[in-house]
Write a protein that binds this ligand. Structure first.
Ligand SMILES: Nc1ncnc2c1ncn2[C@@H]1O[C@H](COP(=O)(O)OP(=O)(O)OP(=O)(O)O)[C@@H](O)[C@H]1O
Ligand SMILES: [Mg+2]
Length: 152
């Protein structure tokens, strides 16, 4: 399975999909979250974080670039590159060290950051009526394992 399409009628559906994805993620995975402003990327990230056991608030990393989380099974780094436009600043930020075999990286606005590590899962969201259409594509074996389990 290399692609999964879903319709998410409400915010709760987006959160629920995130919670379902959480236990299927393996350390080392990179997820690119695509879609316009307000598409639901941070909402999906919140669902994933809740599914991993995070109890507190999930801040959008719009201003901080990255929000770090630590779980027993893995580290999770939530990026938002929307405001990050200077490639030199990015290269000097050490952000590449976050992409390592112990961590899962969720990246909003990956298209704004040049030379990001490739995605295991590429997730696109767009408005569809009152809800959201989501397409999840796998680009690696780890990504395909994840989608196979999501399908079951
Ligand atoms: N399936 C859905 N149906 C309807 N509304 C949704 C759905 N999923 C999320 N939303 C709503 O979309 C709004 C924007 O969501 P969110 O902040 O997650 O977007 P985003 O893609 O992260 O935007 P940005 O690019 O600005 O960071 C929120 O009000 C959220 O409740
Ligand atoms: Mg966001």
């Amino acid at each position: 399975m290399t692609k999964v399409n879903r319709f998410l009628a409400t915010e709760d559906d987006t959160l629920a999909l995130g919670r379902t994805l959480a236990p299927l993620l393996e350390p080392g995975m990179v997820l690119h979250l695509r879609g316009d402003l307000g598409a639901g990327k941070t909402t999906l990230a919140r669902g994933i974080l809740h599914g991993l056991g995070h109890k507190g608030r999930v801040k959008s990393p719009t201003y901080t670039l990255v929000e770090p989380y630590q779980f027993s099974r893995l580290y999770l780094y939530h990026f938002d590159f929307y405001r990050f436009l200077d490639p030199e600043e990015l290269a000097n930020s050490g952000f590449r060290e976050y992409f390592n075999p112990e961590s899962v990286c969720l990246v909003e606005w990956p298209e704004k950051a040049p030379e990001l590590p490739a995605a295991d899962l590429d997730i696109s969201m767009r408005p569809d009526g009152e809800g959201r259409a989501i397409v999840i594509s796998a680009h690696t074996e780890a990504g395909r394992r994840c989608l196979d389990k999501l399908k079951d």
